[in-house]
Design a protein around this ligand. Structure first.
Ligand code: C2E
Ligand code: MG
Ligand code: MG
Ligand code: MG
Length: 288
């Protein structure tokens, strides 16, 4: 390649890199301050039984209420929080806040908290979960921890121990984004999963592509034969809901059923047509 052309490219990338590094260090500083000042908020997305109306609980989804930029989604700051280690204090805040808020909900409802790989490698994770339950008074079985398969690839022994201890405490473990990693299958029997969450990438093509339906059907039956529940993420249409119900999926979650909302906007309403039933229905489950 010509010398001139090559140099041009290099100086262009150098400048870009400098700018990115500068932005990154500003953002890191802001993130550190945000953790000190608790500029975060948990949104909650409802999870329903596959009838689409019986509320089972909520998944906690983190938002950063940035003082000047406004509400920031996790993809904007979680990768940096993970790289800098700030996810450890931030993850603790999420865990403690989610447990405290869930403790005030009706007892039938559970809360799902996303864990980062960095948190899973912390020696004090199990103690911290125990502390969050103890302080909040939330029963262990009402807490579900979501981990992704990519987290399981390294240091298997330590992770097996950690998940085993959490499981023994009664906390439920869910595998998030199932089917998107390299070797989802290999992890299924090695770790004590209670639930498998089928990634939105599958849900998207359900009821459109019969091959996808066949794959999902076999994932569900595999999970059931391993005593795991199945949640399908990202339900956006009635067709998807109906197809998943007929495939005997246990739990559904998605924009059609309910978007993530701040804690103070949650309505846990008891099902009206059957007064004796203890099941709970969100007020307008199909409201988009
Ligand atoms: P996730 O755990 O797989 O969460 C599901 C994501 O899909 C959420 O995005 C949710 O708002 C979105 N979603 C739900 N239903 C639908 C739907 O019907 N259609 C579409 N298009 N999207 C839907 P969000 O809140 O932006 O979170 C993205 C990811 O950030 C999460 O993926 C999770 O991996 C991570 N995350 C969120 N909160 C936390 C947290 O507290 N700690 C950690 N470590 N990660 C978190
Ligand atoms: Mg999740
Ligand atoms: Mg997911
Ligand atoms: Mg995800």
């Amino acid at each position: 390649r010509s010398k001139l052309f090559g140099r041009g490219i290099f100086s262009f990338y150098d400048e870009k890199l400098d700018k990115e590094l500068a932005e990154r260090s500003i953002l890191t500083g802001e993130l550190r301050k945000a953790i000190d000042e608790e500029q975060f908020k948990l949104f909650y997305q409802p999870q329903f039984a596959s009838d689409g109306t019986t509320l089972k609980g909520y998944e906690a989804l983190l938002r950063w209420v940035h003082p000047t930029l406004g509400l920031q989604m996790p993809d904007k700051f979680i990768p940096l929080a993970e790289e800098t280690g700030l996810i450890v204090p931030l993850g603790k805040w999420v865990l403690h806040t989610a447990c405290a808020q869930a403790a005030s909900w009706p007892e039938e409802l559970s809360v799902a908290v996303n864990l980062s790989a960095v948190q899973l490698r912390q020696q004090d994770l199990v103690e911290d979960v125990a502390r969050a339950l103890d302080v909040s008074g939330l029963s262990a079985y009402r807490l579900e921890l979501e981990i992704t398969e990519s987290m399981l690839m390294s240091n298997t022994t330590q992770i097996t121990q950690t998940l085993g201890r959490l499981s023994a405490m009664g906390v439920r473990i869910a595998m998030d984004d199932f089917g998107t990693g390299y070797s989802s299958m290999a992890y299924l029997w090695r770790f004590p999963f209670d639930k498998l969450k089928i990634d939105r990438a599958f849900t998207e093509s359900i009821a459109v592509d019969s091959k996808v339906d066949a794959v999902v059907k076999s994932i569900i039956s595999l999970a059931h034969s391993l005593q795991m529940q199945v949640n399908a993420e990202g339900i956006e249409t009635m067709d998807q809901l109906e197809a998943l119900r007929s495939l005997e999926c246990d739990e559904v979650q998605g924009y059609m059923l309910g978007r993530p909302v701040p804690e103070d906007q949650l309505v846990h309403k008891r099902e009206s047509k059957d007064a004796g039933s203890s099941s709970i229905t969100a007020i307008k489950p199909f409201d988009v």
